[in-house]
Design a protein around this ligand. Structure first.
Ligand SMILES: [Zn+2]
Length: 429
């Protein structure tokens, strides 16, 4: 009888509420991933041989959009203010890490999850103490206080015998040194299992786990022999977090989409998008199989003012983008201080198409200045694919918002970035 009554109460509360509460929450943030990035990625991943454009994981999960403006009058946010809004539900100034406009500390949804006894994790392709993951873990007046932020990953424990962050995967070895009595070794002595190579992800077998795979950010996917590193880290993270019955909160950042955008490097950005999409698909499959996990994706802002179509032409050439096999920074390093006669041979290592004599001449004029050469190359390669850019900084356009799983209906329509955080915080109980 008691059992039946309990069942009845559950049914009444049921469809409206019980179904809306996720056990686990996975929050994906594509840094700089404005709407032109998800659009470009759709055409980039399509099979041009059969002219077939298929839905991406972003298209499948998309249910809304989000505004990103910071606390001040600038309208255009940086990653720190954007991530602070997404992590805490409060808008702040550009540069703020987990503090409000008066520099007072704010509690993030990750800290809230830990206080509820959940497991917690952050995964990023930048150093893990970079703006976005930092805003979920630390408080700092300035995003540039990297060491102060890194220390808080260890020191900010809510209970002495429990880590604040159970899973930390990304770059940043230089901020977690493994020499005796330094931060990294203190964490290992405290109980973190540690790996420093992506090929050792399988060696991580339990929480708490710390995996740092580069001195600072990971190499760009387009330059890397491990372009699927975010997908691999997310697979490992979900394996470790799902070992126990404890609920978990996991933040995943595709950090370098933004860095490629700052360089106006479309080939770099699309390879980062491919890895971010793959990582989101790993979470999508996990959530589909279990039915108890909410997956949300959005961006903190858009970067570069990316658009598809430029120079008065009605076209965008994904094939030209696919045929660029390195980042602008790598290609620039190879061309720097080389004579123009060598350029075609050097470029053939990276490009599946040839530049005109006029374009080679323009590059030669600036071949001794790294920055000028890189921007000239950016302009030429963007021209080949009819990719447009408006800035080397961020823009204020609304960003995509997608969700699946219990509670996903809370993210339908247009939301402000702070409302995304508030909805998530209400579900982390
Ligand atoms: Zn940025």
């Amino acid at each position: 009888m008691l059992k039946n009554m309990a069942f009845g109460v559950a049914l009444m509360a049921g469809s409206a509420q019980a179904a809306e509460v996720p056990k686990n929450v996975i929050f994906f943030i594509g840094d700089g991933m404005g709407p032109a990035y998800t659009t470009a990625y759709r055409y980039y991943q399509a099979d041009s041989q059969v002219s077939q454009v298929t839905d991406t994981v972003f298209d499948r999960l998309l249910i809304g959009s989000a505004s990103t403006f910071p606390h001040d009058e600038t309208v255009v946010t940086d990653s720190a203010a954007g991530a602070t809004a997404l992590a805490t539900g409060t808008k702040s100034y550009n540069g703020a890490i987990g503090v409000d406009a008066h520099k007072q500390p704010l509690d993030s949804m990750l800290v809230q999850a830990k206080s509820m006894g959940w497991h917690t994790g952050v995964i990023a392709t930048s150093h893990v103490n970079h703006a976005t993951p930092a805003s979920f873990v630390a408080h700092a007046d300035s995003r540039r206080n990297y060491q102060e932020i890194a220390e808080q990953f260890y020191s900010r424990r809510l209970k002495e015998d429990q880590p604040l962050v159970d899973l930390i995967l990304g770059g940043g070895q230089r901020y977690f040194p493994m020499e005796q009595d330094q931060l990294g070794s203190k964490m290992v002595n405290w109980g973190y299992q540690y790996a420093d190579k992506l090929t050792q992800l399988d060696s991580l077998t339990r929480l708490p786990a710390l995996g740092l795979f580069a001195p600072k950010q990971l190499p760009y996917a387009v330059d890397s022999d491990q372009p699927k590193r975010l997908s691999a880290m997310v697979s490992t993270g979900l394996r470790l977090l799902s070992q126990s019955d404890t609920p978990f909160f996991l933040m995943v950042e595709g950090s370098l989409i933004d860095w490629c955008g700052h360089d106006n490097d479309i080939a770099c950005a699309m390879k980062e998008m491919a890895d971010f999409a793959g990582a989101l698909e790993v979470a999508e499959a996990f959530a589909q199989e279990r039915g108890d996990t909410l997956v949300v994706f959005t961006a903190d802002h858009s970067t570069g003012g990316l658009t598809l179509g430029a120079g008065g032409e009605y076209r965008w050439e994904a094939e030209q983008v696919k045929q660029t096999g390195a980042s602008l920074r790598t290609i620039t390093d190879a061309l720097l201080n080389q004579p123009q006669e060598q350029f075609p041979q050097i470029l053939a290592r990276f490009l599946g198409f040839e530049l005109t004599q006029g374009e080679l001449g323009e590059l030669a004029k600036v071949s001794k200045e790294e920055e000028a050469l890189r921007w000239k190359l950016a302009s030429i390669l963007s021209g080949h694919s009819y990719t447009g850019w408006t800035t080397s900084g961020h823009t204020a356009v609304d960003v995509p918002l997608g969700a699946m799983g219990p509670g996903s209906e809370r993210f339908r329509g247009h939301l402000d970035n702070t409302e995304i955080a508030k909805a998530l915080k209400q579900m982390i109980r």
